[in-house]
Design a protein around this ligand. Structure first.
Ligand code: DQA
Length: 149
């Protein structure tokens, strides 16, 4: 069974309370529950983690090298700032699907650049909680293609 790590970056623990006009009223727990159900249907084994700390996220990416086939990652604000997270992804070579709840191209100019996209397989942005489900689906399709080669 495909093993996928889902990583939520900083401030995403506050979903539901945090700027609901942008991110909606759905909580992280709701999103996680929906992902677990989706993964079960799709026959994927997922582990979900959240951290507000850059170093901790780097550590989680390093550890993923051993245990996971792909990472579905919402780096949140670190998307736009973190060369260290970018380098961690490049170092481990585990395929990453970058996801965002909001459409980062439709907002402030500083959100339009992602350090993570340069080392991601692809980016899904702007579909609210569905961005995560689409990310899981993309990871599954991507890995099945890799196996076939
Ligand atoms: C976000 C977009 C980022 O620009 C922002 O800093 C976040 C969340 C999203 O999911 O839309 O915290 O990654």
């Amino acid at each position: 069974m495909l093993k996928i790590l889902v990583l939520h970056g900083p401030n995403l623990n506050l979903l539901g309370l945090r700027e609901p006009e942008i991110y909606g009223k759905t909580t992280l727990l709701d999103i996680n529950k929906e992902m677990m159900e989706f993964a079960k249907k799709e026959g994927m084994d997922i582990t979900i983690k959240q951290s507000n700390f850059e170093g901790e996220l780097i550590q989680m990416i390093h550890e993923a090298m051993e245990d996971y086939d792909a990472i579905v990652f919402n780096p949140a604000a670190f998307t736009h700032t973190s060369i260290a997270l970018r380098d961690a992804i490049a170092a481990v070579g585990v395929p990453v699907i970058e996801v965002h709840l909001s459409n980062i191209y439709k907002r402030e100019a500083f959100r339009r650049h992602s350090y993570i996209s340069e080392v991601s397989e692809g980016v899904i942005s702007g579909f609210g909680k569905d961005s995560y489900l689409l990310g899981l689906k993309a990871a599954k399709n991507l890995l099945s293609k890799k196996v076939k080669k």
